[in-house]
Design a protein around this ligand. Structure first.
Ligand code: AMP
Length: 293
């Protein structure tokens, strides 16, 4: 089916108000484009939950730092539209920057607690940009079920919190990370990796797999897990952080733990910043085929 492309907030809102008035449910997948299987899994989930599936494609300038990759971020609306359609998108919302940030705008949204630490530490202002643009999307698209990936675990948690705090009439769903057959988490930024770097980047997933195996063998000490992952990661990656956090509050976990924990890693391979994570719990599955080599 062909999706309709919308670029105007007003027209999108009018169209979706009619959709909702007709009793059709709205599912929404916010993205920055350069769509891959990870994004498509979110779109398929939206299509399972709703009759109208909106995929937003917007490279949001306010979530990029001054020395980050806003300018060179991959953009290919035609190809993205085809992929989104194939997964069940019925509307593509691809606004120009001036539509999302009208001239003279001066409002930002900050989720005070959950934006601290992890990626918030190394990317100052990033989550303020994310919360601001997602709040705008909630208002532009309106009530519905919004699907996010747990690849960006902190982002997903922060958006859930913002939706609750600001009483947005939305449902937030978090979906599992989609990986390449070798275990590497899919990311639009993987396109930046040169062939040798792609091999080194697999160390992120491998370091998490080591932690999964340590966890399964009974290790419940966060310091020990962090040290093991850091050592593995440092072989190929310039480590940004390796952290163990409560999966719900994202509070740091120090020493022994008993319940499920989030293990999150970030690092640079060349100039490309990559992130990955796993929730360690009794049902945690392997992320590398055949375990750690
Ligand atoms: P992005 O276009 O990178 O802003 O991502 C848009 C949405 O896709 C976010 O909710 C991401 O968490 C999600 N996403 C990105 N990569 C993956 C992946 N490998 N698996 C599942 N979801 C993903």
């Amino acid at each position: 089916m062909t999706a309709r492309i919308q670029t105007s907030v007003l027209e999108l809102r009018n169209e979706l108000d009619e959709v909702r008035a007709g009793g059709r449910r709205v599912g929404v997948v916010p993205t920055m484009g350069a769509l891959h299987e990870g994004h498509l899994s979110l779109i398929r989930e939206a299509a399972r939950r709703a009759e109208e599936v909106v995929v937003t494609i917007f490279v949001n300038p306010t979530q990029f730092g001054p020395n980050e990759d806003f300018e060179r971020y991959p953009r290919d609306l035609e190809n993205d539209t085809k992929r989104a359609e194939s997964a069940g998108a019925t509307i593509i919302f691809a606004p120009p920057v001036a539509e999302m940030y009208p001239s003279g705008e001066q409002t930002r949204v900050r989720v005070v607690g959950l934006s601290r630490g992890l990626c918030g530490e190394s990317r100052p202002g990033h989550f303020e940009g994310v919360a601001t643009v997602v709040a705008k999307l909630f208002n532009a698209v309106g009530p519905g079920c919004y699907i996010f990936g747990q690849k960006d675990f902190q982002q997903w948690r922060l958006i859930e919190q913002m939706a609750r705090d600001l009483l947005f009439p939305v449902e937030i769903v978090g979906m599992p990370i989609v990986r390449e057959p070798d275990g590497m988490a899919l990311s639009s930024r993987n396109a930046y990796l040169k062939p040798g770097e792609r091999l080194r980047a697999l160390t992120l997933a491998r370091s998490l797999q080591h932690a999964i195996e340590a966890y399964r063998s009974g290790v419940r000490d966060s310091g020990r897990l962090v040290d093991g992952v850091s050592a593995e990661l440092a072989k190929d990656v310039r480590v940004d952080y390796v952290e163990i956090r409560d999966p719900s509050s994202l509070d740091p976990i120090v020493g022994e733990f008993s319940g499920p924990v989030l293990l999150a890693v970030a690092g640079y391979v060349g100039s490309t910043r990559l992130i990955d994570n796993v929730v360690l719990c009794s049902t945690v599955a392997d992320i590398l085929p055949g375990g750690a080599q």
